[in-house]
Design a protein around this ligand. Structure first.
Ligand code: FES
Length: 196
């Protein structure tokens, strides 16, 4: 049998995931709820947050994603406890990958699910507390199906994505209806002009 492609930290979080929602949603009354992914792609993520004075005090999550999605969301759930929502909003998949001791390249896109669900949950909380879009205004949504923003594309560019395939590998963009491809490629082109 070939060696595992995953670090010990990934294995630990995969086999013993933290803060998983074991029962149905009613078992964890939450202040915020975020769901992302598309069942057509075979992956979905639900994140529930308890928030006090804008600080995340507890979290539960559930996914139908793969080992990488499970390990990275488990890590994310540990990192964000005790974090202000503004800081939590800026946590990015690459922060999780680093803390996990790396993921195989073709698996990095799996780590975006938890991060997306987290931001959707924080947006939900802001809406409930009369501050809709307070953090979102810094990012424009490019892919409606997966909630991928211009910031995510910019981030992927900084991490080396230069082609549509590389952008998809980094973010999963365009893997549902594909309607965002043109706009996303325009942005990629724009970033090449700005930073290239
Ligand atoms: S808008 Fe549907 S996949 Fe991006």
């Amino acid at each position: 049998m070939p060696d595992w492609l995953y670090s010990d930290t990934v294995k630990d979080h995969f086999t013993n995931p933290r803060n998983v929602l074991l029962d149905d949603e009613s078992s964890f009354p939450a202040d915020a709820r975020g769901q992302t992914g598309n069942i057509k792609c075979g992956d979905q993520m639900l994140m529930l947050l308890r928030i006090k004075n804008d600080v995340i005090v507890d979290v539960r999550w559930k996914t139908y994603g793969c080992a990488s999605a499970i390990a990275s969301t488990s890590m994310l759930s540990e990192i964000i406890k005790g974090m202000n929502i503004r800081d939590a909003y800026t946590v990015r998949p690459e922060d999780l990958v680093e803390k996990l001791g790396g993921l195989p390249d073709y698996k990095i896109h799996c780590s975006v699910l938890g991060d997306k669900a987290l931001r959707t949950a924080i947006d939900d909380y802001l809406e409930k507390t009369g501050r809709a879009g307070m953090l979102k205004e810094t990012a424009a949504e490019i892919c409606r199906c997966l909630g991928i923003t211009d910031k995510d594309i910019e981030n992927a560019y900084h991490n080396g994505a230069r082609t549509w395939e590389q952008l998809q590998q980094a973010t999963k963009i365009g893997t549902v209806c594909g309607g965002c491809k043109e706009k996303a490629l325009e942005l990629l082109h724009e970033f090449t002009h700005i930073y290239g």
